[in-house]
Design a protein around this ligand. Structure first.
Ligand code: NAD
Ligand code: DAU
Length: 357
């Protein structure tokens, strides 16, 4: 008999959001066994979890979610009663360069996990009782908004990039497994996250890193696209409450009620960075460079997270300026982390792929 009250597989736990979810679960639920299953792609880094790697209730397993034999072996080894699924290819620009990688991981990988969880649980003594498959998805599945309105859980899917199409597809498969096989699923669709351990290919950490290194700040198009930013630890808390208390078969939108035009956000970051680096105000903003727009660039995302607040009492904990300052401080204090993740693989990939564009 296991000494653990629950045994959870968290996929993608070595990535940006996954590492925050793993940390939260390991530190909050000492009676759970938390197994981080991650393939350690360019985006996965075990350095993100140094502070919990020796915890008694934590294990790491290097595994690719598209590899059926590897995932089956993990189910046999640990007898998971829950999965929190975050593993994905997550960067829109990469999906434009290499869409099949996104189909493979985000679609086939998700279906592989669903298949194995269903088979394993259907054959268990307690069947689906007490089991949970949580799928972590994105607001990008809803497409792009004009100046008005919000995405609700009822908004029709309208994905427009290879990344969002692959995530939308994975969401549909998750709901198909709920309806067809009665797999006890729950799902979240979250807006843009920011915070520590964010890979510096994404807007905020890229800009911070470039400002530190006096490199140009590439703003796509006119910088007028709008994103709704949420502190990553607030997202991890949302995943916690949805996993534990969300209604089976339901989806919950997660967002910060915090919309920013890219160019305004970059100016705010420049101002914060000038102050932190002791540079005269206006120094970093001189690095801003308008570059060719992302093809098919969604104009605006804005999440209505009122269902999550109403049903489960969740709300964001931080004001944006406060969260951004915390984030900047973390990057300034963790220059080694940036150096490690931007060396080798990442740089080579970009040099090669962008040279081909
Ligand atoms: P990330 O790119 O930082 O991390 C992804 C993780 O998945 C990495 O650790 C990587 O090694 C792992 N992974 C990739 N392919 C794998 C495979 N085949 N098998 C096993 N592991 C694999 O991503 P993130 O930003 O932390 O996003 C995590 C999840 O949250 C994704 O599903 C993403 O779609 C979703 N999401 C992200 C955001 C955001 O703002 N970043 C917002 C909403 C939803
Ligand atoms: O909305 C949730 C999504 O947010 C997640 O599902 C994705 O995994 C995550 O990567 C993020 O997608 P975005 O495309 O919105 O994030 P990104 O950081 O790539 O870009 C944010 C905005 O900034 C977007 O409008 C494009 C713009 N941008 C981005 C980069 C990298 C620039 O102007 N310059 C840049 O160099």
């Amino acid at each position: 008999m296991s000494k653990h009250t629950r045994t959870i597989m968290i996929t993608g736990g070595a990535g940006f959001i996954g590492s925050h979810v793993v940390r939260l679960f390991v530190n909050t639920y000492s009676s759970y066994l938390v197994v981080n299953a991650d393939a350690l792609t360019y985006a996965g880094n075990l350095e993100n979890l140094k502070d919990v790697e020796k915890a008694a209730n934590y294990r790491f397993e290097k595994a690719d979610i598209t590899d059926a034999a590897a995932i089956e072996a993990l189910f046999e080894k640990y007898a998971f009663d829950a999965v929190i699924h975050l593993a994905a290819e997550s960067h829109v620009d990469r999906s434009i360069i290499d869409p099949l990688a996104f189909v493979k991981t985000n679609v086939l990988g998700t279906v592989n996990l669903l298949n194995i969880a269903r088979r394993y649980w259907a054959n268990s003594e307690t069947k689906m009782e007490g089991k949970r498959f949580m799928h972590v998805s994105t607001d990008e599945v809803y497409g792009s908004l004009g100046e008005e309105g919000f995405f609700t859980e009822e908004t029709a899917y309208d994905p427009r990039s290879p990344y969002s199409a692959s995530k939308a597809s994975s969401d549909h498969f998750v709901m198909a497994w709920y309806h067809t096989y009665k797999l006890p699923v729950v799902m979240s669709n979250c807006s843009n996250n920011y915070g520590s351990y964010h890979f510096p290919e994404k807007l905020i950490p890229l800009m911070i890193n470039n400002i530190v290194n006096n490199k140009s700040l590439p703003v796509y198009g006119k910088g007028e696209n709008v994103r709704d930013w949420l502190f990553v630890e607030d997202h991890a808390r949302a995943i916690d409450v949805i996993f534990h208390n969300g209604r089976t078969g339901e989806k919950y939108n997660v967002g910060g009620f915090n919309e920013w035009k890219n160019i305004d956000l970059v100016h705010l970051l420049c101002k914060i960075m000038d102050a932190k680096l002791g540079r005269p105000e206006g120094t970093s903003a001189k690095l801003i460079t308008y570059v060719t727009d992302r093809p098919g660039h969604d104009m605006r995302y804005a999440i209505d997270a009122s269902k999550l607040n109403r049903e489960l009492g969740w709300k964001p904990s931080l004001q944006f300026e406060e969260g951004l300052e915390k984030t900047v401080d973390w990057y300034l204090q963790n220059g080694d982390w940036i150096k490690h993740v931007t060396s080798g693989d990442y740089q080579h990939y970009y040099q090669e792929q962008y040279a081909k564009r």
